[in-house]
Ligand binder design. Structure first.
Ligand code: NAG
Ligand code: NAG
Ligand code: NAG
Ligand code: NAG
Ligand code: NAG
Ligand code: NAG
Ligand code: NAG
Length: 410
């Protein structure tokens, strides 16, 4: 009798989303405070988050919601939120603040994975919203220059989460890149705020890889590295309404590192503004790679004091890739090795100011080259009132209404 009663209680209290007949929608909210999180910014709240997640992920109906409430600061060790979950969609309502331990605190790595602080993995219909903040306390990592001695983690990685929705998240001061999206087809990402100092190393805003049919819109990103990097295996990517700066701009690639085969196609970057970035719109591929990047459009782009507004580097090398004697980005030093093919690249309505006079650089490989590059309605003036110019190598295509003119395109 007692035993049955307890079983009944456990059923009602701990499986609240099992049946909508005996519970209300409210019962599908799994508040981390109810699982022992303190939210004082000091206590390790990881276990409470894991316990709340396990129940949210195991719940079957009514779109279970993991609630991280407002007005609290939660300190989390590296943590994996794993699926597959039982319901078709799981919400993470992040309203509060999540902070990482500082580097000299005792990081308790999970699953021997030291690449990521917070990971979401293998979850269908994951929705993350709520306007909250994650703070990677990156300043405690950046001073350690050696990536070997202290491999820095990404703040947030989302892998294998089809139909992801990520809205209204603020991410500051990641030890390495802020947000990595990998193998998530059909994602909708909106209203991100990402920031880190302009001299913080490798703090990319958003890295996208192996994902297709993604929209990333209306976001403000300023870091020490790429605002957005679109890497291999990505297609049908729509980036729009992004304000980037400081940082290294929006980049396709780098692709083809260490001889790899890379593919990117069908990417639109539209209505984006670059403020005092080192690059504006960039395509960067490594010497010795293979594959392609094609059908890429940069349209309605505004540049404010950008160092290299329009740049293609098809045969990138650095000192580490070919031994210490390789000259860095030596534009004349193109060997006969392979390259990632670049084609159907369109720049339309790109205007504003360049810090360098070389506003357009299309530097392509002499064997593979870049084909069907189209420049239309370009107006890039020098910040200091001087004249801008374009440089090309092995770049083929057409231009019209361009300042600077691009006569080097053939
Ligand atoms: C994602 O989309 C790409 C391109 O459409 C497809 O090749 C890939 O199999 C899809 N991945 C998943 C996990 O559905
Ligand atoms: C890119 O823009 C073109 C022309 O506006 C449009 O036809 C195409 O569907 C867009 N692709 C993506 C992935 O948004
Ligand atoms: C992609 O962006 C363009 C704006 O250039 C917009 O017209 C189009 O509808 C977007 N595509 C999707 C799938 O949202
Ligand atoms: C362009 O992007 C800005 C944000 O940078 C947004 O406010 C505006 O609505 C966008 N315009 C169009 C036409 O999409
Ligand atoms: C580069 O590729 C080679 C051969 O595929 C591999 O053995 C090596 O580990 C790779 N190096 C890096 C840094 O990925
Ligand atoms: C690359 O190597 C050259 C020659 O050894 C050296 O002068 C340069 O400083 C190196 N660059 C970087 C970024 O390490
Ligand atoms: C670039 O490479 C060419 C050819 O190998 C060489 O002559 C030149 O000195 C190199 N330039 C620099 C800056 O290393």
């Amino acid at each position: 009798m007692t035993c049955l009663f307890v079983v009944f209680l456990v059923f009602v209290v701990f499986t609240p989303c099992l049946s909508s007949r005996i519970t209300t929608k409210k019962d599908c909210i799994f508040n981390v405070l109810d699982y022992g999180a303190s939210g004082d910014g000091e206590t390790d709240d990881t276990n409470a988050f894991k316990a709340a997640w396990d129940e949210a992920c195991g719940a079957t109906k009514n779109t279970p919601t993991l609630l991280i409430p407002i007005g609290k600061t939660f300190k989390l060790q590296p943590v994996h939120f794993k699926g597959p979950c039982k319901s078709q969609s799981v919400h993470v309502n992040l309203q509060g603040i999540i902070i990482a331990p500082r580097r000299d605190d005792d990081w308790k790595w999970s699953d021997n994975d030291r690449a990521t602080w917070i990971r979401f993995y293998d979850i269908n219909g994951l929705v993350i919203s709520g306007g909250g903040v994650i703070d990677g306390k990156g300043d405690s990592w950046w001073s350690c220059k050696s990536n070997k001695k202290c491999p820095k983690p990404s703040a947030l990685s989302i892998n294998c989460c089809p139909d992801l929705k990520l809205m209204g998240l603020t991410s500051i001061n990641s030890p390495r890149n802020h947000l990595s999206i990998n193998q998530c087809n059909g994602s909708f990402i909106s209203d991100l705020r990402i920031s880190a100092p302009d001299d913080s190393p490798n703090t990319d805003g958003v890295d996208i890889s192996e994902s297709s049919h993604m929209v990333l819109q209306n976001s403000i990103i300023g870091t020490g590295d790429d605002c957005i990097a679109i890497n291999s295996g990505s297609s049908f990517i729509n980036i729009t309404g992004v304000i980037c700066g400081p940082g290294h701009g929006i980049s396709i690639g780098s692709l083809g590192k260490n001889g790899s085969y890379a593919t990117v196609e069908e990417v639109n970057v539209t209505n984006c503004t670059f403020v005092e970035t080192t690059n504006g719109v960039r395509i960067k591929t490594w010497k010795g790679g293979s594959g392609y990047a094609r059908k890429i459009t940069f349209k309605d782009i505004i540049l404010q004091h950008v160092q290299n507004p329009v740049i293609i580097t098809q045969q990138y090398v650095d000192n580490h890739s070919f031994g210490s004697s390789s000259p860095k980005r030596n534009k004349t030093n193109y060997g006969s090795s392979s390259a990632v093919a670049l084609s159907d690249i369109t720049y339309k309505n790109v205007r504003g100011t360049s810090e360098s006079e070389e506003a357009i650089q299309l530097i392509c490989d002499k064997n593979v080259g870049c084909t069907n590059i189209v420049l239309e309605g370009i107006n890039i003036k020098s910040s200091n009132g001087g004249k801008t110019h374009a440089t090309c190598q092995n770049a083929h295509g057409t231009f019209s209404s361009c300042t600077p003119n691009v006569p080097c395109l053939d």
